[in-house]
Ligand binder design. Structure first.
Ligand code: PMP
Length: 395
């Protein structure tokens, strides 16, 4: 159809610069999330966000099976209609208790939580100060809200301060940041953000998608680990990563949660999550708190893997989390790197713009409790060989 020709042209342009994306099918194999399979090939899975390996936990599966059989498949309506089954409230109480805050609210996923919450907090005449590397769901929430989007350079507090000065007369001000950045694995300077939020009378929202379950004594997240939770106004986390499931939460004051129940459109206009999922999340919440060994194992593995790649001479950024970016730069070379790793038996995706800034295409390795030291040591050798082959490392 003539009216759709533009699409093919644009797709061709994307393909020419190695930026077209296509979906590949993975197959579950025993050992997931440590392993995945494409076609007949079993691959070491270094691209899952199932950091604690909980997606296969028998106690979670059992809780979900039981709820499925007793409550049925779907919740049938939004929470404001008849979908707000009792386990929802119980989970939210447990979340508030875990996070040591007044109240909590479950959202369908992290994307809806971020976009819906930001849109509920600010509007035209307000300003949102957002790190340049924040997740796309935060950016979309800001666009949706029609507030001024004041993007500051990654973790650059002087730049943030200059923007806070520029927009100091805006009605409401919201500073928002990932706690651990999803494509770089580094941390936000939370103490400095809190100092600035106080100085300028701004609200602070922190996305703990990649730090919940991983930091803090009971896996509460980075804010807890640093003892800063009381200074964060809107604390967001997901169940889609460390929890091994799906969904998200917001924690904060009773007033915040009351506001969101009234104003967050994804909560109001979308069907409640299925009861079996709520049951699985509730079980995962206990396991995240109790099974400390998963966090300890993950941190030890991340440290070893990072230092090995760094010693080999790779550029892997400054983080210390289970997300390890191997920066290649060129889009095409990043794709070749990922393909060569697959030939060697490793699934590790190439991440290209617009997900990351231009000229910073990379392989994003994410580690899991499920990986053994031996598997990671073997992976390091293979990565090194591919690096040498492709000229990313010099001999
Ligand atoms: N925030 C961050 C920092 C993320 O990395 C992601 C997921 N990639 C999300 C939010 C969205 O979470 P979900 O996958 O649950 O929609």
């Amino acid at each position: 159809m003539q009216t759709m020709n533009w699409m093919e042209k644009e797709l061709e342009r994307l393909a020419d610069v190695s930026l077209e994306r296509s979906l590949r099918a993975d197959r579950r194999v025993p050992g997931f999330p440590g392993y995945t399979a494409r076609g007949e090939r079993r691959l070491l899975n270094m691209s899952s966000n199932d950091y604690l390996g909980l997606s296969q936990h028998p106690a979670i599966l059992e809780a979900m099976r039981e709820a499925l059989l007793t409550e049925g498949a779907g919740s049938g309506a939004s929470r404001h209609v008849t979908g707000n089954l009792l386990p929802y409230g119980r989970l939210e109480e447990a979340l508030a208790d875990w996070q040591n805050c007044e109240a909590a609210l479950v959202f369908a996923n992290g994307y809806m939580a971020n976009s819906g919450v930001i849109n509920a907090l600010v509007s035209r005449g307000d300003a949102v100060f957002s790190d340049q590397l924040n997740h796309a769901s935060i950016v979309d929430g800001i666009v949706l809200s029609r507030a001024e989007h004041a993007r500051y350079r990654h973790n650059d507090m002087e730049h943030l301060r200059s923007l806070l000065n520029k927009y100091r007369d805006k009605r409401r001000k919201l500073i928002v940041t990932d706690a651990v950045f999803s494509m770089d694995g580094d941390q936000a300077p939370l103490r400095e953000l809190i100092a600035l939020k106080r100085e300028y009378g701004a609200m602070l929202m922190v996305d703990e998608a990649h730090s919940g379950g991983i930091y803090g004594r009971r896996g509460e997240g980075l804010c807890h680990e640093l003892g800063l939770l009381n200074d964060v106004d809107i604390h967001m986390g997901t169940f889609s990563k460390s929890f091994g499931l799906y969904g998200a939460y917001i924690c904060g004051s009773r007033t915040l949660i009351r506001w969101l129940v009234n104003k967050a459109r994804p909560l109001i206009y979308s069907t409640a999550l299925p009861p079996s999922l709520i049951a699985g999340i509730s079980k995962a919440l206990s396991l995240v708190q109790e099974e400390h060994w998963r966090r300890q194992r993950l941190h030890a593995a991340s440290q070893l893997f990072r230092s090995s790649l760094r010693d080999d001479g790779f550029h892997i950024g400054t983080g210390n989390s289970p997300i390890v970016p191997l920066i290649v730069g060129d889009n095409d070379r990043a794709l070749q790197f990922s393909e060569a790793l697959e030939v060697e038996g490793i699934a590790a995706v190439a991440i290209r713009p617009p997900t990351v800034p231009d000229s910073t295409a990379r392989i994003r390795f994410s580690l899991s409790t499920a990986h053994t030291d031996k598997e990671l040591a073997d992976a390091v050798l293979l990565i090194r060989n591919v690096g040498l082959q492709l000229g990313v490392l010099s001999p």
